[in-house]
Design a protein around this ligand. Structure first.
Ligand code: C5J
Length: 221
């Protein structure tokens, strides 16, 4: 089924048979008070604003049977997949693999690494564990999308200027139509949120489109 979504810089026609909802890194360590993100001095309420509209968008996607793909940023417990340059980044004691409030920071299997309860993956939904900021690097995402015939992505999650942007750019280069859901992506930095969204749609939509979740939900329902 094809639908037209009001979007920036122009409306976009989406073939829902070839569209997936991509939910990037809605992990406890980024979103919960006391987690890794907050320990770095960030205001997590700026990310938590994303949860209610994303819960609604996820419910709508599930209602119409859109494939849902979740990602989580993190590393093996032995850190063998974490480049030394990434490992050295940040304040000592608050680096990847160190012990935080919710377990070892960004380590697979730890409580903080997992997705927040509100957006917990349902049975059958794909969860991509990624060591990088982009969801294509060192993951099976390309194969998942190809095998399901996906050509368009509704991109959501955190953070706008880091993992959402990197993944959108990777997807755009691979030929996917990316619609970044403006109220379902979040940044700890209001300025980065604003500019991050503007960058997607600059120059006629250089990386894709932005759209509001209410408009997509209306089109899905
Ligand atoms: C960050 C992410 N910000 N998921 N990760 O380090 O955007």
């Amino acid at each position: 089924m094809a639908v037209t979504i009001p979007a920036t810089p122009a409306p976009i026609d989406l073939d829902l048979d070839h569209t997936a909802l991509l939910i990037i890194d809605m992990q406890r360590d980024f979103l919960l008070p006391g987690g890794f993100g907050e320990s770095l001095g960030n205001d997590v309420t700026l990310l938590q604003k994303v949860i209610p509209p994303l819960v609604d968008l996820l419910a709508a996607a599930r209602r119409v049977g859109l494939p849902v793909i979740h990602t989580r940023e993190g590393h093996e417990p032995d850190l063998s997949d974490c480049p030394p340059a990434k490992l050295r980044r940040g304040t000592p004691s608050k680096r990847i693999g160190d012990t935080g409030t919710f377990g070892r920071i960004l380590i697979r299997g730890e409580y903080g690494h997992d997705i927040i309860d509100e957006l917990a993956p349902a049975a059958g939904e794909v969860v991509i564990d990624k060591p990088g900021k982009g969801a294509f690097y060192a993951t099976g995402l390309a194969e998942v999308l190809q095998s399901r015939g996906i050509t368009s992505l509704l991109v959501t999650g955190v953070t706008t200027e880091v993992c959402v942007h990197t993944t959108t750019r990777e997807a755009n280069d691979r030929g996917y139509e990316c619609v970044v859901m403006s109220d379902c992506v979040g940044s700890y930095f209001p300025e980065f949120q604003r500019v991050g969204l503007e960058m997607v749609v600059a120059q006629g939509g250089i990386f894709g489109w932005t759209a509001h979740s209410a408009d997509v939900i209306a089109a899905l329902d």
